[in-house]
Write a protein that binds this ligand. Structure first.
Ligand code: GLU
Length: 433
C-alpha cells in the first residue's frame, strides 16, 4: 500500500524565520475599543465593527518541483465593506494564521478610512516561507490560492495588493488567473501590478514615500525639517529600503538600518545607494563595509530623531518600547507597537505616527492604480507623486487636529477618524433587512 505523499512543510529554524507575531488581533481589538469609547458607540455597533463580514480558509496544495506534494493554509478576510470593496494585501509568511489576517484586515479598514479612500478593509495570507520555494512553485501556490478564493474577490468586491513576502509578479499571477477564469483581462482585480499589465507609476515606492511625507509633516508642525534629522529604519524590505533611500534624498541622515539577519550603524550616515548594491549582492545589510554591526534590539534603542519600524508586528512591546530614545516612531509596518508598548512610549514623551496613517501611502497609490485601470487612462509619475503627497499631508493634519481637539494620541485620533467614517457609512446605509 502506498502512503499519502501529502505532507505539511517543515518550517526552517530561526534566525531565518522571525518570531511568530503574537497578539496582533488583541492589539487591533484594544485599539478599536479605545476609539469606540471616545466615540460613545453602543455594544452592538462595537461588535459589528469588531467582526469581519466574511472569511475564507482554504487548503493550498502544491506539487513541488521534486514531484512531492505539500499543503499550505490560505486565508482571505473581508473585515468591512461599508465604504466600498474590500482592499488589502496578500501576505506570504510562515507565521500567517487567521487571527493575524483578521487583525491586518481590520487595520486596512481604518487605514482606508483615515486617508478617505472609498474602500473597506481586507487581507489575505498563505502560511508559507516564500524564500524556501522556487519561482515556479510560488506561481503555482499563487494560482491555486487565487482559484480557491475566486468567489470572494473581484474589481468591485475585494482587491488584492502586495504585502510581506509577495510582490508585483505575485499580483500579475493573481490577475492572470482571475482573468483567464473570467474569460477577459481584468486589471482592476489587483493593484501593485507590474507596469506592463496596468500597474501605476510610483506604486513600488508609495508606502515609503508616504512615510517620509508624514514624518516631514510632523516635523514641520514643530518648526523642524527633514534635513539633518537622524533616522533608524528596522527592516530593509520593500518598505524600509525605499524609506531609507527617500529619507536620505530629502537630506536626513540614515544612522542605522537592519533586516532579519542583523543591523548596521554609521553615525555619520549610511550611503543607501551603495547599501542597495551590497544587499543585491549578498541578500542582507549585514557586512556592509561602510558601517558597524548592531543587533535589531540595539537599533530600536538608538538615540536618533526618528525610528521607523518597518518589519513585523509587535516589536515595540512594554520592554522594548521602554528602551526607545527616538523622539518619533513612524510605523512603516502594520502593528509594530503593542498596546502596552504604546503606553510606555506615551509616558516617555515619544510621538507615535501610527501605521494606519504612516504606511497608508501604499494603499493610496493602489487606489490611484485602480482608478486608472477602471478608466483606462494613465497618469504621469509626477501626477501620482503630487496626489500622494497631498493625500498624506492632508490626512496627517486631519489626524493631528483631531488629536489636539480631543487631547489624545495620534493613534487614537487616527482610529477615531477611521472608525467613525466606517460607522457613519454603515449607519447611513441602514441595516438590511
Ligand atoms: N499591503 C499594503 C498595506 O498593508 C498595501 C495594501 C493595498 O495597497 O491594498 O497597506
Amino acid at each position: 500500500m502506498t502512503t499519502s505523499s501529502i505532507t505539511t512543510p517543515e518550517l526552517p529554524d530561526a534566525p531565518s524565520v522571525p518570531p511568530r507575531p503574537a497578539g496582533a488581533l488583541a492589539t487591533a481589538h484594544e485599539q478599536l475599543a479605545t476609539a469606540v469609547e471616545h466615540l460613545g458607540y453602543d455594544e452592538g455597533l462595537h461588535r459589528m465593527l469588531a467582526t469581519p463580514r466574511r472569511e475564507i480558509h482554504v487548503a493550498v496544495p502544491l506539487r513541488r518541483d521534486s514531484g512531492e506534494t505539500v499543503l499550505f493554509h490560505g486565508f482571505r478576510v473581508q473585515h468591512n465593506v461599508s465604504r466600498g470593496p474590500g482592499k488589502g494585501g496578500l501576505r506570504y509568511h510562515p507565521s500567517v494564521d487567521i487571527d493575524e489576517v483578521r487583525a491586518l484586515a481590520m487595520w486596512m479598514t481604518w487605514k482606508c478610512g483615515v486617508v478617505d479612500l472609498p474602500y473597506g478593509g481586507a487581507k489575505g495570507g498563505v502560511a508559507i516561507d516564500p524564500r524556501e520555494y522556487s519561482t515556479s512553485e510560488l506561481e503555482r501556490v499563487t494560482r491555486r490560492y487565487t482559484s480557491e478564493i475566486m468567489p470572494m474577490i473581484g474589481p468591485d468586491t475585494d482587491i488584492m495588493a502586495p504585502d510581506m513576502g509577495t510582490d508585483s509578479q505575485t499580483m500579475a499571477w493573481v490577475m492572470d488567473t482571475y482573468s483567464v477564469n473570467r474569460g477577459h483581462t481584468i486589471p482592476a482585480v489587483v493593484t501593485g501590478k507590474p507596469l506592463a499589465v496596468g500597474g501605476s507609476l510610483g506604486r513600488g515606492t508609495a508606502t515609503s514615500a508616504g512615510i517620509v511625507h508624514v514624518t516631514a509633516a510632523a516635523l514641520e508642525e514643530v518648526g523642524e525639517k527633514l534635513d539633518g534629522v537622524s533616522v533608524a529604519v528596522q527592516g530593509f524590505g520593500k518598505v524600509g529600503s525605499h524609506a531609507a533611500a527617500l529619507f536620505a534624498a530629502r537630506g536626513a541622515r540614515v544612522a542605522a538600518v537592519s533586516d532579519q539577519y542583523g543591523g548596521i550603524r554609521a553615525d555619520t550616515g549610511i550611503d543607501v545607494d551603495r547599501l542597495f548594491a551590497h544587499v543585491a549582492a549578498t541578500g542582507s545589510v549585514v557586512g556592509f563595509d561602510g558601517a558597524d554591526p548592531i543587533s535589531n534590539a540595539e537599533l530600536l534603542a538608538l538615540d536618533v530623531d526618528v525610528l521607523v519600524p518597518a518589519a513585523v508586528e509587535g516589536v515595540l512591546d512594554e520592554v522594548t518600547a521602554g528602551r526607545v530614545r527616538a523622539r518619533y516612531v513612524v510605523e512603516g509596518a502594520n502593528g509594530p507597537t503593542t498596546t502596552a508598548g504604546d503606553r510606555v512610549l506615551a509616558k516617555n514623551g515619544v510621538t507615535v505616527v501610527p501605521d494606519v496613517l504612516a504606511n497608508a501611502g501604499g494603499v493610496v497609490v493602489s487606489y490611484f492604480e485602480w482608478v486608472q485601470a477602471n478608466q483606462t487612462y494613465w497618469w504621469t509619475e509626477h501626477e501620482i507623486a503630487e496626489k500622494l503627497e497631498h493625500r498624506m499631508t492632508t490626512s496627517y493634519h486631519e489626524v493631528s487636529a483631531m488629536a489636539r481637539a480631543h487631547g489624545v494620541s495620534l493613534r487614537d485620533a487616527a482610529l477615531i477618524i477611521g472608525v467613525k467614517r466606517t460607522a457613519d457609512a454603515h449607519e447611513i446605509r441602514g441595516l438590511y433587512p
